[in-house]
Structure formats: structure tokens, C-alpha cells
Design a protein around this ligand. Structure first.
Ligand SMILES: [Zn+2]
Length: 449
């Protein structure tokens, strides 16, 4: 009998306490056939080998497995294992915020990091240099997960961060992203263009890949050739040619783009424009009858235009290629089970009505919600549940084009864009506060920091 069969019997007989909510089928899959596939495809989780008889290793393995289970259950994007003076803290990043998961005694520091390193094929005898690796797990017979493990030495011990990407997730539908009608009209209009460049901007972790993939899934890959170069590949859309960048062998965005253009694609997604060559190639591709999606690290839609100019892209080419810039940010959504209504002060009401006067005229209609800070098991007392996407969509109008060609300042571009019906991201947020999706407090903590 092989070790998996033995282990299965052991679990059925004496399931560890820490797994009380886990079904045996969750660990092995529902049929015996499936358990065989898991056995062959699983990388190293629950791979007990020489460990499985030792009690302390059992303790450790269940801690690590529990940690992954809970991280997935709580939809955490990252797990941080941080040793300190006396304790090791394990925290999850959920919807961009940290939630403390567990504190362990410092004596486990060696073994917990070693366990993660073994699972990720990192060197366990290296404690002085940073190490990182990407790995795919089929955890508990569940979905396949891509994880990026990074270990960095600190003065206490090694700190480990695991980024969790669900590999087989589908991007959400465009209609589920909470895009307000004034922005949706522009998105739909430019998705019907024959060529041009659509950029998504804002810092890492703001979910821009979600928006880009939702936009991309509006096209039919059976009718059009869609190719993407990503770092890392986050979503997999059937019929789309996903490619992973690999700078180690000099497989860069620019190199990929040069080769891809010979393959006659219709729709191209370049994960990120960060250098002059990629910027120029992407612009060139978009004016030669391709639709190009990409991202740039900038602070706002109008900043992006300046960034392109700084990357030495000719303003004339910017105006002829760029169709739209989508700037976005993520905020936490108030937990529907514990949010409470409150009376905002007149000052706040006046401010809101002044900012979004186009949509709300009567301040007496204004009802706001905030987090209750009451005990709530539905959101693990975080008072927020899931996320809200906030957008600012700049459409390249004739007047903006003239301004770009005359090297106008960012402020001039911003004023003109608002004049041409761009709703600034702060106003989009205020409208979502009015619609009870999120709170004013959240707005202040994210947008004014
Ligand atoms: Zn709640």
C-alpha cells in the first residue's frame, strides 16, 4: 500500500483537530481516481514522506496546511510570515488590508520557514540571501494555485511572503465591476474600435489586471487572434494565447512584441510598458490596425500622457494611437451584514452635493453607511467584505489631442478632460459612497494617503 493510501486511512480514523471543518474528500478529491491524479500532479503539499511519523512535524505540517486553507477560504492575496523579537506573526492580506491570522512561539521559526522552503524547492541551508520561486500547487485536491514565495533575511530571522494566485479563475464580467454608466458608455464605445491603444493605470495591487481581462473577455477569441504577455499569468481564457515573460533569458516585452507582430494578431495585451522600446512598439502596433491593451505605473489618467512623452513617444503618435486611459483603484466594500446607517453632518452633505451636483441635487436625500465595528462573523470583524472598483476613464477628445500636441501641462490636460466629461476618481468614489457600497472613511484612507 502506498503512502497516500496509508495517509488517507489515517485521516479517516483520526483527523487532526485543526482540520475539523475539512472533509476527507476535500483533501483527496471525491473519487479514488481523482486521488490518483492528485497524487501525480501535486507538487509537495501534504507530501509527508519521511515526516509523517514524527509528532512535531505533524504539528508543523498541519499549521502550514491550515494556514493555506484559511488563506484561500478568506480570499487572501498574500500570506506574510514575520518573525519578531518574541513571536512569529502570520498575517493575511485580504482586499488590500492586513488581518492577523496567528501568532506562534519563536521556537518554530526554523521549522516553519524550512517547511515553506521545502514546499517551494528553495535552499533550506541558505539564511543570508533572499530567495524566491514560483510554484503551482494543487492544494487539497482543490483548485490549482500559483504561488510566488519570497524569503528575505531580517535581523530576527527570515521573513516569508507567499502571494496566492488562483490559476484557473475566470475574470469577472465587465458588468460585475461596478462600472458606472458614464464610464461604461466610453468603454463599450472604444471596445468597438478597429485599432488603438487602451491603457490601464494605477499602482500594483489595484486590480488593474482584473479590469483588463474583463475587457479582453469581451472579444471572441475564436473569431479574433488574441495574444498576451504577462508577468505573471493570472487568468486563463480559453483560446487566448497567454505567454509568460522571462527576463532571465532576455525574453522581454519588447522582444515578444517584435516577434508577435509577425504573427498577425488582432488584439494584443502587453502586461506593462516600462521602457522606451516597449512604449514605441506598442504605439506602433496600435496604429497599424491592432488593438493594444497595456498598463503603465502612473498616478492618474493625465499623468499617463506625460509618462508616454517622457518615454520619448512622439506626441503625434500618442494622439493617433491612444483611445482611452482607465485609471483605477480598489477600495473595501462595506460588509452588508454589519454596516450601519448614520446621519452625516451638514458640512459633509454640502461637500458631497457640491462635488457630485450632476447626480444629486437634494442633500436631504443623502443617506450614508459606515462600518459598525460590531462583532460580525460574516466578515471576521473586518467590517468590510470584498472590494469596490473605482474608475476614472479619460477618453482622448479632439481638444485633448490639441493640448497634447502643444505640450500642455498635466493640470491643463486634467481640466480639459473634466470639461470633456471625465468623472474624476474621487467623484466616482463619492457616488459609490452615496450608493452605500463603501464608506467615506475608506475614501479618506485610500485616496488621500
Ligand atoms: Zn460584517
Amino acid at each position: 500500500m502506498d503512502i497516500w493510501e496509508l495517509f488517507k486511512k489515517w485521516v479517516v480514523k483520526n483527523k487532526p483537530n485543526t482540520w475539523k471543518n475539512v472533509k476527507v474528500e476535500d483533501l483527496f478529491g471525491s473519487s479514488s481516481d481523482e486521488s490518483k491524479t492528485i497524487k501525480t500532479t501535486v507538487n509537495s503539499d501534504l507530501n509527508l514522506n519521511s515526516y509523517w511519523e514524527k509528532k512535531e512535524d505533524w504539528f508543523l505540517i498541519s499549521i502550514v496546511n491550515d494556514m493555506f486553507l484559511n488563506a484561500i477560504k478568506l480570499r487572501a492575496s498574500d500570506v506574510h510570515i514575520e518573525p519578531g523579537d518574541n513571536w512569529i506573526t502570520i498575517r493575511f492580506r485580504i482586499d488590500w488590508n492586513f488581518v492577523n491570522y496567528k501568532t506562534l512561539e519563536l521556537k518554530h521559526k526554523d521549522s516553519i520557514i524550512a517547511r515553506i522552503k521545502i514546499m517551494s524547492y528553495l535552499r533550506i541551508d541558505e539564511h543570508r540571501l533572499p530567495q524566491d520561486w514560483k510554484i503551482a500547487y494543487k492544494l487539497f485536491g482543490w483548485k490549482q494555485l500559483d504561488m510566488r514565495v519570497s524569503v528575505i533575511p531580517t535581523i530576527y530571522w527570515e521573513k516569508c511572503v507567499i502571494r496566492i494566485l488562483k490559476k484557473d479563475d475566470k475574470p469577472p464580467e465587465l458588468k460585475d465591476l461596478g462600472i458606472m454608466p458614464y464610464n461604461m458608455v466610453k468603454l463599450k464605445k472604444h471596445l468597438a474600435d478597429n485599432y488603438g491603444m487602451i491603457l490601464a493605470v494605477w499602482p500594483t495591487g489595484s486590480g488593474k489586471s482584473t479590469t483588463l481581462f474583463s475587457l479582453l473577455s469581451q472579444f471572441d477569441p475564436k473569431l479574433e487572434n488574441i495574444s498576451t504577455l504577462e508577468d505573471p499569468v493570472e487568468y486563463r481564457i480559453p483560446w487566448v494565447n497567454h505567454t509568460q515573460i522571462n527576463p532571465a533569458i532576455d525574453f522581454t516585452f519588447a522582444r515578444w512584441l517584435r516577434s508577435l507582430l509577425r504573427q498577425d494578431p488582432d488584439i494584443i495585451m502587453v502586461w506593462e510598458i516600462r521602457d522606451e522600446e516597449t512604449a514605441k512598439l506598442a504605439v506602433e502596433a496600435s496604429i497599424t490596425w491592432h488593438i493594444v491593451f497595456s498598463t503603465i505605473h502612473t498616478n492618474s489618467a493625465t499623468h499617463t500622457i506625460q509618462r508616454l512623452v517622457n518615454l520619448w513617444v512622439d506626441p503625434l503618435l500618442i494622439t493617433s494611437s491612444l483611445r482611452m486611459i482607465i485609471s483605477q483603484r480598489l477600495a473595501r466594500k462595506l460588509c452588508p451584514h454589519c454596516k450601519v446607517q448614520y446621519k452625516a453632518s451638514d458640512k459633509i452633505k454640502d461637500y458631497i452635493v457640491w462635488k457630485v451636483w450632476k447626480y444629486i441635487k437634494n442633500k436631504e436625500e443623502l443617506l450614508l453607511f459606515k462600518s459598525s465595528e460590531n462583532w460580525c462573523p460574516k466578515c471576521n470583524n473586518t467590517w468590510y467584505n470584498w472590494r469596490v472598483w473605482l474608475y476614472e476613464v479619460l477618453e482622448l477628445t479632439d481638444k485633448l489631442e490639441t493640448l497634447i500636441l502643444s505640450n500642455a501641462s498635466r493640470l491643463q490636460l486634467e481640466i480639459q478632460a473634466i470639461w470633456d466629461w471625465m468623472v474624476p476618481i474621487k467623484d466616482d468614489w463619492l457616488l459609490k459612497v452615496i450608493l452605500w457600497e463603501t464608506s467615506l472613511e475608506e475614501l479618506l484612507s485610500v485616496l488621500w494617503t
